[in-house]
Design a protein around this ligand. Structure first.
Ligand code: ATP
Length: 261
């Protein structure tokens, strides 16, 4: 596999999350009846602020060089919010995040892509956003196209791509340029089984040389396979943190108990 490093290997990477809280403002409509709800569509100030919602609640985590950290938790537990906070998409309301190393986020399908540009142009756009030079991108361009299996479509605007095609391209770019820190949310959404198999192999080789990977998945087998450590979040708080087998077993037991109660 051709690859290009954007990293400065001399300094070990790390992520330090220190007592981080992130609050979202929640709004509630003043109106209660259907008639009021309908008429409020045409009025200003028909919403009032209700409360602050703690998506992350005094969270502290230290991730060191060489760790592959999987994050588990029920829907709405704060997993994606944590990843976005690590990537500086969200600023913590309180607390501190200290990240050493170049981060490649693979968060939402299409993020970092320009819909009107072709797949090839987006390799350069996305690669530049991730800190790669044109020269470096030229050296990995063909590898990205081959790995993503997009040769016939590479000069088509990406707005015509399927979710799976977007995902393949984004994954191929992020793993080809080899950042220090790879952050992935529901990695294989929209991909077919053949690509998932291929991507797992590529990820293994990526992981062997990358310093840190943090990823969210509802696929417990994938988490167990790829993680060296698992963090369990609930209501934005840390429930457990440790060995993947132990934490996944605890989490599944808890989920089963919840579903039976
Ligand atoms: N921009 C936002 N504004 C308000 N609330 C938000 C925002 N983003 C997320 N939330 C809320 O924060 C909570 C955590 O959301 P998040 O997406 O981090 O959960 P998650 O653990 O990734 O869930 P899932 O497994 O369903 O993807 C949810 O209750 C969600 O509704």
């Amino acid at each position: 596999m051709t690859s290009a490093s954007t990293s400065s290997k001399a300094i070990p990477s790390h992520i330090h999350v220190q007592d981080v809280s992130l609050n979202f403002q929640l709004f509630r409509q003043k109106s209660t009846s259907m008639k009021e709800v309908f008429s409020s569509l045409f009025k200003k100030n028909s919403y009032q602020k209700l409360t602050e919602f703690h998506a992350l609640d005094h969270l502290s985590v230290k991730i060191g060089h060489g760790e592959r950290v999987g994050i588990v938790g029920h829907n709405g537990a704060g997993k994606s919010t944590l990843l976005k906070t690590l990537c500086r998409i969200y600023e913590p309301t309180t607390g501190r995040i200290d990240v050493q190393g170049k981060v490649a986020p693979l968060l939402e399908i299409g993020a970092g892509f320009s819909p009107e540009l072709s797949g090839r142009q987006n390799i350069y756009l996305n690669g530049a956003i991730l800190g790669c030079s044109i020269k470096t991108l030229k050296s990995v361009e063909q590898d990205i196209i081959d790995f993503a299996e997009l040769e016939p479509f590479i000069d088509t605007p990406v707005k015509y791509y399927s979710t799976g095609m977007y995902m393949r391209l984004a994954f191929a770019i992020a793993t080809a340029i080899r950042p220090d820190i790879l952050i992935l949310d529901e990695l294989f959404a929209g991909a077919d089984d053949d690509f998932i198999r291929k991507a797992r192999i590529r990820m293994q080789s990526f992981i062997d040389s990358a310093s840190i990977m943090v990823f969210v998945s509802h696929d417990m087998a994938l988490l167990a396979e790829l993680s060296t450590r698992v963090i369990w979040l609930d209501h934005g708080r840390l429930v457990a943190d440790g060995d993947p087998q132990t934490i996944i077993a605890q989490y599944l037991q808890h989920a089963l108990a919840e579903s039976e109660s």
